[in-house]
Design a protein around this ligand. Structure first.
Ligand SMILES: NC(=O)c1ccc[n+]([C@@H]2O[C@H](COP(=O)([O-])OP(=O)(O)OC[C@H]3O[C@@H](n4cnc5c(N)ncnc54)[C@H](OP(=O)(O)O)[C@@H]3O)[C@@H](O)[C@H]2O)c1
Length: 324
């Protein structure tokens, strides 16, 4: 079989390193690996490929792909790849969901502790060489994760890892899934309970995928019913939160703060009001970074390739109609 290893040159993060390409070629000498350095080369090579290991296969590439049967992406989100022609096509997509779960869970804990302990204020005052004990201790109460209520919207690989870490610190957690298994329980609820659960949450962590159902899941109506000291964390995709409504809620202290890793448009524009809003912590889509990303990504692809060869069920098959 011919396997196209596509490089998505626009984002350095998705450039599969040479050593990992070589490792794949050595582990699977029975296959021919084609290596495209950009979308144009990918378009030229894809007609001969049976499999693509790529962050993205665009419309033109799909149209040119005569024998493509399976795409594996080293990312968890497939939102950019589910255009109508792809959804209709018989090409199977598998993703790397779960790979960044622990890393993102640590990030969610890190930003919560930073905001609860007001470290973001301390760092600013340190830069100014100011002893801001009163401001940090009394401006907003220093809060504890223990005993807090944490709502996790999207209770898949990332959401469950986030929940486990919050529980270990003594928080009371509840996760929302699209299809709560075996009916709702105390810890798992369906999307219809979003508003009810939002009212009680000290921390809301957004971990659901970007789909037709989740655009602006958190907008002005949701922000208006959240607690005035609630912290909103978004580690999934920017489109799930209405950024204009969020900026308004933060500006008017309608909610307590936000820690945002993802944005409606990335990179976040220099002119965005989010940069300078009170109690807002911004990270540049780095919550999922782990140093051994490509080791894990090529291991998962290799396991799936062995399964593909053996005609066994693949891991992490994307439901193209559901959008994740
Ligand atoms: N910031 C980053 O660097 C980064 C890195 C990796 C991933 N991500 C993002 O994180 C997302 C989640 O990743 P994952 O690995 O946790 O995916 P996953 O294992 O597929 O989990 C997705 C979860 O969201 C739930 N869900 C789907 N639609 C929903 C809705 N309308 N309302 C509430 N919950 C809904 C699913 O419900 P069911 O359990 O019922 O199916 C599932 O529990 C990815 O799609 C990606 O966009 C971001």
């Amino acid at each position: 079989m011919r396997i196209l290893v596509l490089i998505h040159s626009a984002f350095a993060m998705w450039n599969i390193p040479a050593e990992h390409r070589e490792k794949l070629a050595a582990a699977f000498p029975q296959h021919q690996f084609l290596h495209a350095r950009d979308d144009r080369e990918g378009l030229a090579m894809i007609p001969g490929a049976d499999i693509a290991f790529s962050r993205h296969v665009d419309r033109d590439q799909l149209a040119a792909a005569g024998r493509l049967r399976w795409i594996h992406t080293p990312a968890a989100g497939v939102d950019g790849m589910l255009y109508p022609e792809m959804v209709r096509s018989p090409v199977v997509i598998t993703n790397s969901r779960g790979m960044a779960a622990d890393t993102i869970a640590e990030h969610a804990i890190a930003v919560t502790l930073a905001m609860f302990r007001r470290l973001h204020v301390a760092v600013q005052r340190q830069v100014e060489r100011r002893w801001a004990q009163d401001e940090i201790a009394s401006g907003a109460p220093n809060r504890s994760v223990a005993g807090s209520h944490v709502l996790i919207v999207g209770f898949g690989a990332i959401g469950r890892a986030v929940g486990a870490k919050f529980e270990a610190l003594g928080a009371d957690i509840v996760g929302i899934r699209r299809r709560p298994e075996g009916g709702a329980s105390r810890r798992v609820a369906g999307p219809e309970r979003l508003h009810e659960l939002l009212r009680a949450a000290d921390v809301v962590v957004i971990c659901a995928p970007q789909t037709a159902d989740t655009r602006h899941l958190i907008g002005a109506p949701e922000l208006s019913i959240m607690r005035s000291d609630a912290l909103l964390i978004n580690v999934s995709r920017g489109q799930l939160v209405d950024e204009a409504a969020l900026a308004d809620a933060l500006r008017t202290n309608r909610i307590g703060g936000a820690a945002l890793d993802v944005f409606e448009d990335e990179p976040l524009a220099r002119g965005s009001p989010l940069w300078s809003l009170p109690d807002t912590l911004i990270t540049p889509h780095t919550s999922g970074f782990r140093p051994d990303h490509w080791d894990a990504a090529t291991d998962l692809f290799s396991e799936n390739l062995r399964r593909f060869e053996a005609g066994q069920p693949l891991l992490n098959v994307v439901d193209k109609s559901a959008g994740y």
